[in-house]
Design a binder for this molecule. Structure first.
Ligand code: CP
Ligand code: NVA
Length: 306
């Protein structure tokens, strides 16, 4: 199948990714100025959610409507996917009726299998391995606040999960240094670590990770699908909470990002989202603009407002 997919940040070149971020900032400005821009009229996005979502569903659905198209929400519970229809068969049928598909799933192989049988672009809306759409919003937020992230130092504190794996890919594609502070046994996946090479360093002490960092980020200690480990993780990750004192050890220009949902009193202190260094709300809004830029490129490449 010849369609172009966005399953990982590695599916786009560094130049294409920085173009996407610039375009996201332009689309945000158009929306803020009330300019109507509908290059995806009569185009349809299908969204399959195997896991819960607030931001991803809203931003894709609202984004598609704002671009002039429509979005259809599908849950495996209500489709034949939930009754065992093969992913490949589903992909052939769905892609014959839709213009683009977004999938939030467990195993990353579900995405690659769907994409292999899809005649339209497939977007990763989060898998157990990666969350590339979130990183588009994160990179846009840094760019808006502090300019280029190239050559800067980023600290990831907490679980080496799907977000952490995606920060590893971002370190390669956006060219920054990444320090990861995590408990032993909770490192990111080896394949992503290896691909990041000397751009990444793993440490155990959160203070060492954030020293001089320009961006600090974290995520929940228990990701979707790991709920039965929650009690064990609460204890183990307690020394990895990001709070104001930890941010004080970073560069004075540091910003804090969290993909949300956040658990106050766990991975962040009660007051962290109220700290002026936190740009988490801006980051959440940027999901909308970044994914509009992505859908524009995948569905209507070369389309620009008059
Ligand atoms: N950050 C993020 O993907 O949020 P949702 O789970 O609400 O979509
Ligand atoms: N790591 C989290 C991210 C949620 C947006 C999860 O997978 O549940």
């Amino acid at each position: 199948m010849s369609a172009r997919h966005f399953l990982s940040l590695m599916d786009f070149s560094p130049l294409e990714l920085s173009g996407l971020i610039r375009r996201a900032i332009e689309l945000k400005d158009l929306r803020q100025r009330g300019v109507l821009f509908e290059p995806l009229k009569s185009r349809v996005l299908g969204m399959i959610f195997e896991k819960a979502s607030t931001r991803t569903r809203l931003s894709f659905e609202a984004g598609m409507i704002q671009l002039g198209g429509q979005a259809i929400f599908l849950s495996p519970r209500d489709t034949q996917l939930g009754r065992g229809e093969p992913i490949g068969d589903t992909a052939i049928v769905m892609s014959s009726m839709l213009d683009v598909v977004m999938i939030r799933t467990y195993a990353h192989s579900n995405l690659t299998e769907f994409a292999a049988h899809s005649s339209v672009p497939v977007i990763n809306g989060l898998s157990d391995d990666l969350h590339p759409c979130q990183l588009l919003a994160d990179m846009q937020t840094f760019e808006e606040a502090r300019g280029s992230i190239k050559g800067k130092t980023v600290a990831w504190v907490g679980d080496g999960n799907n977000m952490c794996n995606t920060y590893l890919e971002a370190a390669v594609q956006f060219d920054f240094q990444l320090r990861i502070a995590c408990p032993e046994g909770y490192e990111p996946k080896a394949e992503f670590l290896k691909a990041a090479g000397d751009r990444v360093r793993i440490v155990r002490d959160p203070k060492e990770a954030v020293a001089g960092a320009h961006l600090v980020s974290t995520d929940v200690w228990t990701s979707m699908g790991q709920e039965e480990e929650s009690a064990k993780r609460l204890k183990l990750f307690a020394p990895y909470q990001v709070n104001r004192a930890l941010l004080d050890a970073a560069d004075p220009s540091v910003i804090f990002l969290h993909c949300l949902p956040a658990h106050r009193g766990e991975e962040i202190s009660e007051d962290l989202l109220d700290d002026p260094r936190s740009l988490a709300w801006q980051q959440a809004e940027n999901r909308l603009h970044a994914q509009k830029a992505l859908m524009e490129v995948l569905v209507a490449p070369g389309c620009r407002p008059a």
